[in-house]
Design a protein around this ligand. Structure first.
Ligand code: AMP
Length: 658
């Protein structure tokens, strides 16, 4: 077959398969065939790059990393909507519309809580996609929009120009999964699907955007050259025929009918795979729309009804504390079941101790509970007049309810955190971190495998890794004999790691990779570090008071000691293998202050350590030398007061070179 013809046929087949899979939920092509044909098309396109077209199915994730987003001017502005907050306001809207246009039909749609975008097609091919921006000028996010499988890259009918408007969102299920993954890898969580979608759509790397599995609901034609419509419904039906995913829409003959539909959408909000923040009522006739026109900000022919957060009273039956994967203790009120925003609610978040104290929530209290949007239900207030006698203020436990380890308050907030090195609630995260590349670097121990090992009860603490048997591991899902042995070998190999890796792997708060390296070099052995007190630790470069305290506390806990014993027994190396290059500066302690001109202070510190010297953060009588660079401050003064010898940069260099 002629190459051009083969490419054309492959594209048509793949485009149809994509539509059947993502839009109709009725695939007729197997995944295997799809992958196979896509690969063939890719091969052909690599061989004949001049035949690549922007609507090729291969172009969904092809793009290179962008440096920024170009501006796009919207030929038809993406208008905002007027909000109404009650049925009275909705009736007022209806009256205004009736006065201007007479008898009407409305269309009612859910208001998707995502990001508005305009998709532009030329001759039926998707050429550009842009964010709403300020409504007139948006950002070109074409590459990222291409990764959304429900956006057709080529339309059945090739109008000269078509611009449609829709709302990009992150499906709720994807959002939850993404946040779970982020929590595991210690990344900040997205507050809600909307923020997550916004972040994803503005990713400079389309490959990252592709992983976010965004979706779209299309709800308007902005411009259609060569096509006439008389109602909004007709435009939506046309969009459906062009393979767009179109917003659910219902025609209503009266405002009463419209308000019933709005309530039904609100009650059924849980069934959508997107968050909604209201419902939109639109005049259906396009000529009436023209008659009504727009204000400076929004069309007069539409209104967005915003659901009030529903509130109900219930009773706090109990307060329970959960320990998350990151060790954070989250208190939760168990309440008597109530129906709220379409779901039965049986508990409400209490956030943290500050929240509990401020609202003074006690077991037995009658409380007002609210569910705003899709957020977890929350306690709005306590109805103190209903408080039973003998109810006492509630305080979070001082020990972890899961493992019994001490609980500490985060340096930077109200969160309480369990410090248990072997806490079962944190096991997954502890081990994933322990095995990660910068820590013990155990290949093959990603979250999925760790999860399996824990499920199979093969590991209960990170120390158990070293007693795993290949035969047991081989029985796990997705593990063969070969990969089990590889994993065991990788674990085995990690025994010989430098102490700095082990220190980092412990996951002591604020002890990052660099601090771990400094500590390992400075103290040489784990035992030496364990014996060091807080004050001495603060003298080490980069170790502040809080970190020093964290280190001492971590090593003094029972679970940490047990973990260290287990690792020792398993033969894990506990010494620094970073040999000093020389010992010319052994026994000397330096304090660096001010700005050096030929190197940074950090580099100077490393060079001193390489020669066996120590670097400290503060000047004391024990300091051997203070090295003063440009604009040295209080440390230089202190040195002069205590009579500690002061070196300038040149003198230090001379010493290093000797
Ligand atoms: P607001 O941002 O509150 O002014 O509300 C207007 C926004 O609602 C528009 O920018 C649209 O992106 C969004 N929206 C979501 N769903 C719809 C819908 N079905 N019809 C019209 N606008 C919608």
């Amino acid at each position: 077959m002629d190459i051009k013809q083969e490419i054309k046929e492959l594209r048509e087949e793949l485009t149809r398969a994509n539509y059947e899979y993502y839009m109709l939920d009725a695939p007729t092509m197997s995944d295997y065939d799809f992958d196979h044909k896509l690969r063939r098309l890719e091969e052909l396109e690599v061989a004949y790059p001049e035949l690549i077209t922007p609507d090729s199915p291969t172009q969904r994730v092809g793009g290179a990393v962008a440096e920024g987003f170009r501006e796009v001017i919207h030929p038809v502005p993406l208008e905002s909507l007027q909000d109404v907050f009650s049925m009275e306001e909705l009736k007022e809207f209806d009256q205004r519309v009736m006065e201007a246009a007479g008898q009407l039909v409305y269309d009612v749609e859910p208001k998707v809580d995502g990001l508005s975008v305009a998709l532009e097609y030329e001759n039926g091919v998707f050429v550009r996609g842009a964010t709403r921006g300020d409504g007139r000028v948006g950002e070109d996010v074409t590459q990222n929009l291409r990764t959304i499988h429900s956006i057709p890259l080529r339309l059945p009918e090739a109008l000269p120009r078509l611009i449609v408007r829709g709302e990009v969102y992150m499906p709720k299920s994807v959002f939850h999964q993404l946040n779970e993954e982020r929590e595991l890898s210690g990344k900040p969580l997205f507050a809600n699907p909307r923020n997550a979608a916004a972040g994803s759509l503005r990713q400079l790397d389309p490959k990252v955007a592709a992983k976010r599995r965004l979706n779209i609901q299309v709800f308007n034609i902005q411009l259609a050259e060569g096509k006439e419509f008389s109602t909004h419904t007709e435009t939506l039906e046309y969009l459906e025929s062009q393979h767009f995913r179109v917003i659910p829409h219902t025609l209503c003959r009266t405002i009463q009918e419209a308000s019933e539909r709005i309530m039904a959408i609100g009650d059924g909000r849980e069934d959508f795979d997107f968050d909604i923040d209201g419902a939109v009522v639109k005049v259906n006739s396009l000529s009436d729309r023209e008659l009504l026109g727009s204000t400076a900000k929004f069309p007069r022919w539409a209104a967005a009804y915003k659901y009030p957060p529903e509130k109900k009273t219930s009773k706090v039956v109990d307060i329970v504390v959960q320990v998350g994967r990151t060790g954070v203790l989250t208190p939760k009120a168990v309440i008597e079941p109530v129906r709220l925003a379409g779901t039965t609610v049986t508990n409400a978040t209490l956030h943290n101790q500050d929240f509990i104290t401020e609202k003074d929530v006690r077991i037995g209290d009658t409380v007002l509970v609210q569910k705003a949007g899709e957020i977890i239900p929350e306690i709005v207030s306590v109805l103190k007049e209903h408080r039973p006698e003998g109810a006492v203020p509630y305080f979070l436990p001082e020990r972890c309810p899961v493992c019994g380890a001490a609980v500490v308050r985060d340096e930077d907030g109200a969160a309480l955190r369990c410090t248990g090195a072997e806490c079962p609630a944190q096991l997954l995260r502890h081990i994933v971190h322990f095995a990660s590349r910068d820590a013990m670097d155990i290949e093959g121990l990603g979250p999925a495998n760790v999860e399996n090992l824990i499920q199979a009860e093969l590991i209960k603490t990170p120390g158990d890794l070293y007693s795993l048997q290949a035969a047991d591991v081989a029985k796990l899902e997705r593990m063969g004999k070969r990969s089990a042995q590889n994993l065991i070998d990788a674990i085995e190999k990690s025994r010989h790691n430098d102490l700095s890796r082990l220190l980092y792997a412990f996951g002591i708060r604020q002890v990052g990779q660099r601090a771990a390296q400094t500590l390992a070099r400075q103290f040489g052995t784990l035992d030496a570090l364990i014996e060091t007190d807080e004050e001495t630790l603060t003298e080490v470069e980069d170790i502040g008071e809080i970190t020093a305290k964290n280190i001492v506390e971590w090593f003094s806990s029972q679970q940490s000691r047990h973990l260290i014993e287990t690792l020792k027994a398993a033969g894990v190396n506990m010494e620094s293998t970073a040999e000093p290059v020389g010992d010319g500066l052994a026994g000397l302690t330096f304090v660096l202050t001010g700005e050096l001109s030929t190197m940074t202070r950090k580099e100077a510190g490393e060079r001193i350590q390489m020669l066996g010297g120590k670097v400290s953060g503060s000047v004391s009588k024990k300091t051997s030398y203070v090295v003063a660079g440009e604009a040295a401050g209080s440390k230089l003064r202190k040195a002069q007061e205590l009579g500690v010898p002061v070196l300038d940069e040149e003198e230090l260099l001379a010493m290093l070179e000797k």
